[in-house]
Unconditional design. Structure first.
Lengths: 602, 388
């Protein structure tokens, strides 16, 4: 049994690409958790998507053994966190399982928005923070400037920040020593036989083991045969396996106070494991759950429909499989006149949405249409009820609406001076309210309150394009506020297209309505009959376009007696019709909706 | 017409040409030499086979037309043409006014044979003039100039009771004004019938590649429609209204052979790639011969016929084909014909007909559905709408 004084639990926090994964790999390599053969690049990002996009989606963990300069062997648990705002609750729970963090900053880039967001989460969790300047091998590295920046922007002492290169391995010793000497050992109850308390950090589905839960023991020990209770749900499970990750799974006898490891306990679904929950012993439960638990709530919704309607069942199965491993992903069936059968899905944020979409197409080879992302509106009805609206198509009769509230976020944007102007204009266009504007050297930091609905609508892409990729952006959910919001319906020959309905601020309605009508006009091929496109708020038309009837399509030559050829052409056309949807006798190719939904790049 | 027995047509395909035109996707091939005797025998065998297949089931049908198409049938030996005509007349009872058409290319090599064709029984020729403009003829890869083409037309006028010729419009760079002029000039040489085709870029042709690579541009939909309108207007004024999408005739001068196709009556097809629609014991059969000349010849030599496909058509398909063909004609399709082919259930949805009438695309009177000029311009979509 490891002496708790020789355990260190830490996280690495960094802006994307500042070197978190590379550093983790180095540490694993040095502390020998894997043989060289097993050591693939960036061990901890295990999904293809994670490796390709260079982001960590799921919390991962690894136990390292390090013999320090004092001659003693330490157990060091690295908990690698997602680090993205969509998963900030999960990040915060992972951080709650540690006593300190390595704050990794790219010495050639400096502090970025994500660095900030994560470091604040670490500070909230009372972390000891070790500043680490990475990529010191780069000629463009400016350690002194970046140290000043860390002190100015974050307000922590950076005078003895470590200077390392995760790539070359330079400074690794110093990192390990700092972990051992600067971070405190885990705290645990002083009582002789305390009641068990463990934090549920994460869970996932393993094809062989079933549902696996990652836990950090705070008090007491966890071992096989024990009956554990999950406090938030009251569910009780008997532990059948206890282990640690090296990062390979290694079964151990028990998990001691301060240790991080996994358990399996015949848990049916990942959704039964609520991240942040406290596990305790069923026969002697604690009455003091660990703080900070929140149930996960989807923030962004969209409809997902198979392009080929015969793939509906495959989609259902695929969503089920993904949900198995992702308790924050929600879905339920939805039908749309425009897109057929599909699912309304809830996500933690835009990245989460994008990742799920990508996994669906990649791992399940599904061709999907997704409707524009929408946030959750709170609608106060004049009968006194409040409803939460996840789908613009379900918007109630406006005469029954007393008021609508929408979620706002607090966004932090860091951007080089020269792009500040357009960034501020963008924030204003999107109804942003400035909270703070400060400069650090030649970089500006703008803090804004923004409606989330404006952010899910291509904000991030616009930000990237107007700053030529230099702006970094992070946010946290702020609060709900009343807004002058209206539903804009899109009608084709008088029939509303549910999939294109959107809820927007009144001031943007005309513009958005015109944009989508214009786009559809370009996308819908001319038909035998003319097609009227309208955008409307209730009965009031705010934009209209007409697609004239096609002029000529007759085949000039008749190929003597070759009628078969003509008939086959016609049959082929009919095949193509499968991907059409009918609106008032007019067939619209489904691809037009798909393109119209890609409003991002207009 | 209704009192006449149902007509039967015979199509004879001659797959050879002197050179391949860059726009053409017909079953046409260039060969150094052709064994005319072997081809004559093969055509006659296939003819015998076709007649034997229909034996006892020709019913009241009378041979109303023979059409030699291609390729370039004017490259055939007149003896071969004569032998096929004689054999066909021996196998089926013929209408007294049987129409016998031969497609001809307007080069001197072929005009020289006109008398021979006439002697063999041909009473109508259709000439591939294509254009009266030197630039256009060069672009179309034709082996003749406008002068030669018009000489051929004059020669045809002297030799045959009836003639027609083909023109291709909506060529790259062609102006509407020049097309007016060209068509008006052409009218001087017309004898009751003209085929006017919009240039179509067909997959597998040299033009397809050129077009895809942007080497030339064809007129857009609007412009093509304008060409079509001008064509209708000029020919109508000249007393030759369009009786089919691309065919114009003075009343009574319509191509009887093509009417058989468009009215969805029976026709036998012989020669490489020829199609046929033959009703045998109440079942309409779709027949097709091997396309490649050598393959076809081999098959006929071995088996007496070069049939690659011979399959019964279901009622839905028959009605669809009947509608597709019939709506090309100005006279339209009597619903009764659709019912004969496909039964009651194959009739188009009355709501859909009504919708097309409202839009001015079709007329519907006395049980006959017919396209207006506007409807005919959009025929593919109209048919599609009626059949879906
Ligand atoms: N030159 C240099 N490149 C580094 C260093 N550390 C990481 N990188 C590179 O920076 C990129 C991002 O690193 P990664 O570890 O994936 O960053 P993460 O997004 O924070 O996990 C990769 O191309 C790494 O090879 C370093 O110390 N020096
Ligand atoms: C069977 S083809 C050719 C007859 C003959 N070999 C000739 O070229 O004169 C009948 C007619 O179809 C027309 N045609 C062939 N290919 C065409 C195309 N791609 N576009 C428009 N018309 C075409 C031409 O007017 C041609 O004369
Ligand atoms: S257009 Fe006539 S001559 Fe030219 S290749 Fe086709 S069939 Fe032969
Ligand atoms: Mg990474």
């Amino acid at each position: 049994m490891t002496d708790i004084a020789r355990i260190r639990n830490f996280a690495i926090i960094a802006h994307i690409d500042h070197g978190k994964s590379t550093l983790a790999d180095r540490l694993i390599q040095l502390c020998g958790g894997l043989t060289n053969r097993e050591m693939k690049q960036q061990v901890l990002d295990s999904m293809d998507i994670e490796r390709e996009r260079g982001i960590t989606i799921k919390a991962q963990t690894v136990r390292l053994k390090y013999t320090a300069k004092d001659g003693l062997e330490y157990t060091i648990n690295l908990i690698d966190t997602p680090g993205h705002v969509d998963f900030s609750y999960e990040v915060s729970r992972s951080l709650a399982a540690c006593e300190g963090s390595l704050l990794v900053v790219d010495a050639s880039q400096g502090v970025e928005a994500q660095t900030l967001a994560n470091v604040y989460l670490a500070i909230e969790n009372n972390h000891e923070i070790i500043p680490v300047l990475n990529k010191i091998d780069l000629p463009a590295a400016e350690p002194e400037r970046v140290k000043t920046q860390i002190e100015d922007v974050i307000g922590i002492d950076a005078s003895d920040a470590l200077e390392i290169s995760a790539k070359t391995g330079m400074g690794m010793e110093a990192v390990l020593e700092a972990i051992v000497t600067k971070l405190p050992p885990p705290k645990t109850s002083e009582e002789p036989d305390p009641k068990v308390r463990a934090l549920l950090v994460d869970s996932w589905y393993d094809a062989y083991l079933g549902v696996v839960a990652l836990v950090r023991v705070r008090d007491g020990v966890i071992k096989k045969g024990q009956k554990l209770r999950m406090i938030s749900t009251g569910a009780v499970h008997e532990v059948d396996r206890v282990g640690v990750l090296t990062p390979k799974g290694l079964v151990v006898d028990q998990l001691n106070p301060g240790e991080v490891g996994f358990i399996t306990a015949n848990i049916k679904a990942v959704a039964d494991c609520k991240v942040g929950d406290t596990l305790t012993e069923d026969r002697r439960p604690t009455d003091e759950p660990l703080p900070g638990f929140q149930p996960s709530v989807p923030v962004v919704f969209c409809g997902l429909f198979p392009v080929d309607s015969s793939e509906f069942e495959t989609l259902r199965e695929a969503l089920g499989r993904l949900a198995l491993n992702d308790s924050s992903f929600h879905f339920e069936m939805e039908t749309s006149a425009a897109l057929g059968f599909g699912f309304r899905c809830g996500f933690l944020g835009l990245l989460h949405l994008e990742i799920i979409q990508e996994r669906l197409s990649r791992e399940f080879d599904l061709d999907l249409i997704s409707t524009a992302p929408s946030v959750v509106y709170r609608i106060q009805l004049n009968n006194g009820n409040t409803i939460e609206l996840h789908n613009p198509a379900d918007y109630p009769d406006p005469t029954h609406i007393e008021s609508i509230e929408e979620p706002w976020i607090k966004a932090t944007i860091m951007v080089p001076d020269e792009f500040l102007g357009p960034v501020l204009t963008l924030c204003t266009e999107r109804r942003g309210e400035q909270i703070e504007l400060t400069y650090v050297g030649s970089r500006a930091m703008a803090v804004y309150r923004l409606p989330l609905n404006e952010v899910v609508f291509d904000f991030y892409d616009r930000l990237k394009s107007i700053s030529r990729g230099y702006a970094s952006f992070d946010y946290e959910i702020d609060s709900y506020k009343e807004g002058d919001l209206v539903k804009v319906s899109i009608l084709i020959n008088g029939d509303p297209v549910d999939a294109l309905a959107m809820i927007v601020h009144r001031s943007q309605a005309d513009f958005r309505g015109r944009a989508i009508c214009g786009r559809l006009k370009d996308l819908i091929p001319r038909q035998l009959f003319k097609v009227a496109l309208q955008a409307a708020i209730g009965g009031k038309v705010i934009a209209r376009e007409t697609i004239g009837a096609l002029r000529k399509d007759v085949t000039a030559k008749c190929y003597g007696g070759d009628v078969s050829r003509k008939r086959k052409l016609l049959e082929k056309q009919k095949e193509g019709k499968k991907r059409m949807r009918q609106f008032g006798k007019v067939d619209i190719p489904q691809s037009a909706f798909l393109e119209a939904l890609k409003m991002g790049d207009n | 017409m209704p009192d006449r027995p149902a007509p039967l047509g015979l199509y004879v395909h001659w797959p050879f040409c002197l050179s391949k035109c860059p726009y053409c996707d017909f079953n046409s091939h260039v060969r150094d030499r052709v064994d005319h005797a072997a081809w004559r025998n093969a055509l006659l065998s296939e003819l015998d086979h076709a007649a034997a297949q229909m034996q006892g089931d020709t019913g009241p049908r009378r041979l109303a037309s023979i059409f030699f198409g291609g390729g370039t049938p004017s490259l055939m030996d007149p003896e071969t043409v004569g032998a096929v005509i004689d054999r066909a007349r021996a196998l089926w009872p013929a209408e007294p006014d049987i129409e016998i058409t031969l497609e001809a290319n307007p080069t001197s090599a072929e005009t020289g044979k006109f008398a021979g064709f006439a002697a063999a029984g041909v009473n109508r020729v259709s000439l591939g003039v294509q254009s009266l403009r030197p630039g256009a003829l060069a672009f179309l890869g034709r082996q003749h100039d406008a002068g030669q083409a018009l000489d051929a037309v004059r020669m045809a006028a002297r030799t045959f009771p009836r003639h027609s010729f083909d023109l291709i419009y909506a060529r790259p760079e062609q102006s509407l004004e020049d097309w007016r002029a060209e068509l008006t000039e052409a009218l001087d040489h017309v004898n009751g019938h003209l085929s006017i085709y919009q240039l179509t870029i067909e997959p597998g042709t040299a033009f397809h590649t050129d077009h895809r690579l942007g080497r030339f541009k064809t007129p857009d939909e609007e412009k093509a429609a304008a060409f079509f309108d001008v064509t209708q207007e000029i020919l109508e004024a000249a007393g030759m209204p369009g009786y089919e999408v691309s065919n114009h005739a003075a009343p009574g001068q319509e191509s009887r052979h093509n009417l058989i196709y468009w009215r969805y009556r029976d026709y036998v097809g012989i020669g490489p790639g020829a199609h046929g629609r033959v009703t045998i014991e109440g079942t309409k059969r779709a027949q097709r011969r091997f396309r490649l000349p050598e393959k076809w010849l081999d098959q006929v030599t071995q088996a007496g016929h070069g049939t690659e496909e011979d399959s019964p058509l279901g009622p839905q398909d028959r009605a669809a084909e009947c509608l597709m063909m019939g709506l090309r004609l100005t006279e339209g399709v009597p619903l009764q014909r659709l019912e004969e082919e496909g039964g009651q259930s194959a009739l188009p949805d009355p709501d859909r007909i009504e919708r097309l009438v409202e839009e001015g695309y079709v007329s519907f009177a006395d049980g006959t559905i017919a396209c207006t000029t506007e409807g005919r311009l959009r025929l593919n979509s109209v048919i599609d709408f009626l059949l879906s």
